[in-house]
Design a protein around this ligand. Structure first.
Ligand code: CTP
Ligand code: MG
Length: 230
Protein backbone atom coordinates (compact mmCIF):
# COMPACT_ATOMS: atom_id res chain seq x y z
CA UNK A 1 0.00 0.00 0.00
CA UNK A 2 1.40 3.36 -1.02
CA UNK A 3 -1.14 5.67 0.60
CA UNK A 4 -2.47 5.92 4.16
CA UNK A 5 -5.40 7.97 5.43
CA UNK A 6 -5.33 8.92 9.11
CA UNK A 7 -8.88 9.68 10.27
CA UNK A 8 -8.76 11.70 13.47
CA UNK A 9 -11.84 10.97 15.56
CA UNK A 10 -10.52 11.35 19.10
CA UNK A 11 -12.01 14.75 19.94
CA UNK A 12 -14.78 15.16 22.48
CA UNK A 13 -16.99 17.48 20.46
CA UNK A 14 -17.38 20.16 23.12
CA UNK A 15 -18.99 22.66 20.77
CA UNK A 16 -21.47 20.11 19.42
CA UNK A 17 -22.47 19.31 22.99
CA UNK A 18 -23.74 15.77 22.34
CA UNK A 19 -23.66 12.97 24.94
CA UNK A 20 -21.05 11.08 22.87
CA UNK A 21 -17.73 12.12 21.32
CA UNK A 22 -18.56 13.85 18.03
CA UNK A 23 -17.32 11.12 15.65
CA UNK A 24 -19.75 8.67 17.29
CA UNK A 25 -22.80 10.88 16.94
CA UNK A 26 -25.49 9.67 14.54
CA UNK A 27 -26.20 11.50 11.30
CA UNK A 28 -29.24 10.04 9.52
CA UNK A 29 -28.53 6.44 10.47
CA UNK A 30 -24.72 6.37 10.40
CA UNK A 31 -22.14 7.86 12.73
CA UNK A 32 -19.90 10.64 11.45
CA UNK A 33 -16.96 8.21 11.60
CA UNK A 34 -18.79 5.59 9.54
CA UNK A 35 -19.67 8.16 6.89
CA UNK A 36 -16.06 9.34 6.67
CA UNK A 37 -14.76 5.77 6.38
CA UNK A 38 -17.33 4.79 3.73
CA UNK A 39 -16.20 7.66 1.53
CA UNK A 40 -12.55 6.58 1.87
CA UNK A 41 -13.31 2.90 1.16
CA UNK A 42 -14.81 3.94 -2.21
CA UNK A 43 -11.37 5.03 -3.49
CA UNK A 44 -10.44 3.06 -6.62
CA UNK A 45 -7.09 1.88 -5.19
CA UNK A 46 -6.82 0.41 -1.69
CA UNK A 47 -5.32 2.59 1.04
CA UNK A 48 -4.24 1.95 4.60
CA UNK A 49 -6.69 3.54 7.05
CA UNK A 50 -5.76 4.48 10.62
CA UNK A 51 -8.67 5.57 12.82
CA UNK A 52 -7.66 7.59 15.88
CA UNK A 53 -10.30 7.25 18.59
CA UNK A 54 -10.87 8.33 22.20
CA UNK A 55 -9.59 5.69 24.68
CA UNK A 56 -13.15 4.80 25.77
CA UNK A 57 -14.32 4.40 22.16
CA UNK A 58 -11.66 2.17 20.64
CA UNK A 59 -14.04 -0.80 20.73
CA UNK A 60 -16.81 1.25 19.10
CA UNK A 61 -14.42 2.51 16.43
CA UNK A 62 -13.24 -1.04 15.75
CA UNK A 63 -16.85 -2.18 15.33
CA UNK A 64 -17.52 0.65 12.87
CA UNK A 65 -14.34 -0.20 10.94
CA UNK A 66 -15.40 -3.84 10.77
CA UNK A 67 -18.80 -2.84 9.40
CA UNK A 68 -17.34 -0.57 6.74
CA UNK A 69 -14.37 -2.80 5.81
CA UNK A 70 -15.21 -6.38 6.83
CA UNK A 71 -12.18 -8.69 6.89
CA UNK A 72 -9.69 -5.86 6.32
CA UNK A 73 -8.24 -5.67 9.85
CA UNK A 74 -4.74 -5.58 8.38
CA UNK A 75 -5.24 -2.32 6.55
CA UNK A 76 -7.88 -0.62 8.74
CA UNK A 77 -6.64 -0.18 12.30
CA UNK A 78 -7.73 1.80 15.35
CA UNK A 79 -5.42 3.56 17.79
CA UNK A 80 -5.99 5.74 20.86
CA UNK A 81 -5.71 9.50 20.34
CA UNK A 82 -4.29 12.24 22.52
CA UNK A 83 -5.36 15.37 24.36
CA UNK A 84 -5.01 17.58 21.27
CA UNK A 85 -5.62 17.00 17.58
CA UNK A 86 -1.86 17.35 17.10
CA UNK A 87 -1.23 14.46 19.51
CA UNK A 88 -3.92 12.38 17.81
CA UNK A 89 -2.34 12.84 14.37
CA UNK A 90 1.05 11.89 15.83
CA UNK A 91 -0.49 8.70 17.28
CA UNK A 92 -1.92 7.87 13.88
CA UNK A 93 1.35 8.54 12.07
CA UNK A 94 3.10 6.01 14.31
CA UNK A 95 0.87 3.28 12.82
CA UNK A 96 1.53 4.00 9.15
CA UNK A 97 2.96 0.98 7.29
CA UNK A 98 6.56 1.07 6.01
CA UNK A 99 5.49 0.86 2.35
CA UNK A 100 3.42 4.08 2.53
CA UNK A 101 4.88 7.15 0.85
CA UNK A 102 1.86 9.49 0.86
CA UNK A 103 -0.22 10.27 3.97
CA UNK A 104 -3.59 12.00 4.04
CA UNK A 105 -4.94 13.35 7.33
CA UNK A 106 -8.71 13.74 7.61
CA UNK A 107 -11.13 15.05 10.25
CA UNK A 108 -13.83 12.46 10.93
CA UNK A 109 -16.02 15.50 11.61
CA UNK A 110 -15.99 16.31 7.86
CA UNK A 111 -18.37 13.40 7.43
CA UNK A 112 -19.78 14.31 4.01
CA UNK A 113 -16.42 14.72 2.26
CA UNK A 114 -16.73 13.05 -1.16
CA UNK A 115 -14.37 10.29 -2.32
CA UNK A 116 -13.26 12.53 -5.18
CA UNK A 117 -11.64 14.99 -2.78
CA UNK A 118 -9.50 12.21 -1.26
CA UNK A 119 -8.51 11.11 -4.77
CA UNK A 120 -7.75 14.67 -5.88
CA UNK A 121 -5.54 15.37 -2.85
CA UNK A 122 -3.64 12.08 -3.22
CA UNK A 123 -3.09 12.72 -6.92
CA UNK A 124 -1.87 16.28 -6.31
CA UNK A 125 0.65 15.15 -3.68
CA UNK A 126 2.02 12.57 -6.10
CA UNK A 127 2.13 15.07 -8.97
CA UNK A 128 3.82 17.91 -7.05
CA UNK A 129 5.63 16.41 -4.07
CA UNK A 130 4.18 19.28 -2.03
CA UNK A 131 1.79 19.37 0.89
CA UNK A 132 -1.76 19.71 -0.47
CA UNK A 133 -4.64 21.52 1.24
CA UNK A 134 -8.17 21.58 -0.18
CA UNK A 135 -9.41 25.11 0.38
CA UNK A 136 -12.33 27.40 -0.42
CA UNK A 137 -12.48 31.15 -1.01
CA UNK A 138 -13.66 33.17 1.98
CA UNK A 139 -17.04 34.78 1.30
CA UNK A 140 -17.49 37.03 4.34
CA UNK A 141 -15.68 40.30 4.96
CA UNK A 142 -12.98 39.79 7.57
CA UNK A 143 -12.33 42.06 10.56
CA UNK A 144 -9.50 42.04 13.01
CA UNK A 145 -10.92 42.90 16.45
CA UNK A 146 -9.72 43.65 19.98
CA UNK A 147 -11.02 41.81 23.06
CA UNK A 148 -14.07 44.08 23.28
CA UNK A 149 -15.04 43.45 19.65
CA UNK A 150 -13.79 46.84 18.47
CA UNK A 151 -12.60 46.69 14.88
CA UNK A 152 -8.86 47.26 14.51
CA UNK A 153 -8.53 46.52 10.83
CA UNK A 154 -9.51 44.37 7.93
CA UNK A 155 -7.96 41.46 6.06
CA UNK A 156 -8.08 41.16 2.29
CA UNK A 157 -10.20 38.08 1.76
CA UNK A 158 -9.08 37.79 -1.87
CA UNK A 159 -5.72 36.59 -0.52
CA UNK A 160 -7.25 34.14 1.98
CA UNK A 161 -8.64 30.62 1.77
CA UNK A 162 -10.46 28.46 4.32
CA UNK A 163 -8.59 25.15 4.70
CA UNK A 164 -10.37 21.80 4.79
CA UNK A 165 -9.28 18.17 5.03
CA UNK A 166 -8.11 15.69 3.78
CA UNK A 167 -4.66 17.31 3.68
CA UNK A 168 -1.99 15.24 1.96
CA UNK A 169 1.79 15.07 2.33
CA UNK A 170 4.86 13.11 1.31
CA UNK A 171 5.18 10.66 4.19
CA UNK A 172 8.83 11.14 5.15
CA UNK A 173 8.53 14.94 5.32
CA UNK A 174 5.33 14.77 7.37
CA UNK A 175 6.95 12.31 9.80
CA UNK A 176 9.95 14.64 10.15
CA UNK A 177 7.72 17.70 10.62
CA UNK A 178 5.74 16.01 13.41
CA UNK A 179 8.94 14.75 15.05
CA UNK A 180 10.34 18.29 15.04
CA UNK A 181 7.16 20.17 16.04
CA UNK A 182 7.39 21.38 19.64
CA UNK A 183 4.33 23.54 20.21
CA UNK A 184 0.91 22.06 19.47
CA UNK A 185 -0.61 25.42 18.64
CA UNK A 186 -0.85 24.51 14.97
CA UNK A 187 -4.48 24.18 13.92
CA UNK A 188 -3.84 21.86 11.00
CA UNK A 189 -1.26 19.52 9.53
CA UNK A 190 -0.25 21.89 6.75
CA UNK A 191 0.89 24.36 9.42
CA UNK A 192 3.09 21.69 11.03
CA UNK A 193 4.46 20.74 7.62
CA UNK A 194 5.13 24.36 6.58
CA UNK A 195 6.81 25.17 9.92
CA UNK A 196 9.55 22.71 8.94
CA UNK A 197 9.97 24.29 5.53
CA UNK A 198 7.63 22.07 3.53
CA UNK A 199 5.97 23.68 0.49
CA UNK A 200 2.18 23.71 0.69
CA UNK A 201 -0.24 24.28 -2.19
CA UNK A 202 -4.02 24.55 -2.21
CA UNK A 203 -6.40 22.78 -4.54
CA UNK A 204 -10.13 23.55 -4.77
CA UNK A 205 -12.04 22.29 -1.74
CA UNK A 206 -15.62 21.09 -1.70
CA UNK A 207 -18.63 22.77 -0.07
CA UNK A 208 -19.84 19.47 1.39
CA UNK A 209 -16.49 18.83 3.08
CA UNK A 210 -17.47 21.38 5.74
CA UNK A 211 -16.59 20.47 9.32
CA UNK A 212 -19.45 19.52 11.61
CA UNK A 213 -18.58 21.61 14.64
CA UNK A 214 -21.85 22.87 16.15
CA UNK A 215 -25.42 21.59 16.40
CA UNK A 216 -26.22 23.94 13.54
CA UNK A 217 -23.64 22.17 11.35
CA UNK A 218 -25.12 18.75 12.20
CA UNK A 219 -28.54 20.06 11.22
CA UNK A 220 -27.10 21.39 7.97
CA UNK A 221 -25.58 17.96 7.24
CA UNK A 222 -29.00 16.35 7.78
CA UNK A 223 -30.48 18.74 5.26
CA UNK A 224 -27.71 18.08 2.74
CA UNK A 225 -28.36 14.33 2.98
CA UNK A 226 -32.09 14.89 2.63
CA UNK A 227 -31.46 16.64 -0.63
CA UNK A 228 -29.27 13.91 -2.10
CA UNK A 229 -31.05 10.52 -2.22
CA UNK A 230 -28.70 7.49 -1.93
N1 CTP B 1 -9.55 15.45 17.22
C1 CTP B 1 -8.78 14.37 17.66
N2 CTP B 1 -8.15 14.43 18.89
C2 CTP B 1 -8.29 15.53 19.65
C3 CTP B 1 -9.05 16.63 19.21
C4 CTP B 1 -9.67 16.57 17.97
O1 CTP B 1 -8.68 13.36 16.97
N3 CTP B 1 -7.69 15.54 20.86
C5 CTP B 1 -10.26 15.34 15.93
C6 CTP B 1 -11.77 15.43 16.11
O2 CTP B 1 -12.28 14.14 16.47
C7 CTP B 1 -12.25 15.93 14.77
C8 CTP B 1 -11.05 16.73 14.24
O3 CTP B 1 -9.94 16.42 15.09
O4 CTP B 1 -12.58 14.90 13.87
C9 CTP B 1 -11.33 18.22 14.20
O5 CTP B 1 -11.45 18.71 15.51
P1 CTP B 1 -12.74 19.47 16.09
O6 CTP B 1 -13.73 19.73 15.03
O7 CTP B 1 -12.25 20.61 16.92
O8 CTP B 1 -13.38 18.32 17.03
P2 CTP B 1 -13.44 18.29 18.61
O9 CTP B 1 -12.13 18.70 19.18
O10 CTP B 1 -13.96 16.96 18.98
O11 CTP B 1 -14.56 19.38 18.92
P3 CTP B 1 -14.49 20.59 19.98
O12 CTP B 1 -13.25 21.39 19.62
O13 CTP B 1 -15.76 21.33 19.79
O14 CTP B 1 -14.37 19.94 21.34
MG1 MG C 1 -11.36 20.68 18.86
Amino acid sequence: LGTAVIVVAAGSGTRLGAALPKAFVDLAGQTLLERSLRSIMLLPSPVQVVVVAPADFVVDAQAIANTVAPGLEEIVSVVVGGATRHDSVAAGLAQVLPSVDVVLVHDAARALTPTTLFADVEMAVRATGAGIVPALPVVDSLKQVDVTGGVLGIADRAQLRAAQTPQGFPRSELDAAYAAASASDFTDDAAVFAAQGGAVTTIPGDDVAFKITTAWDLNRAHHVLGGIPD
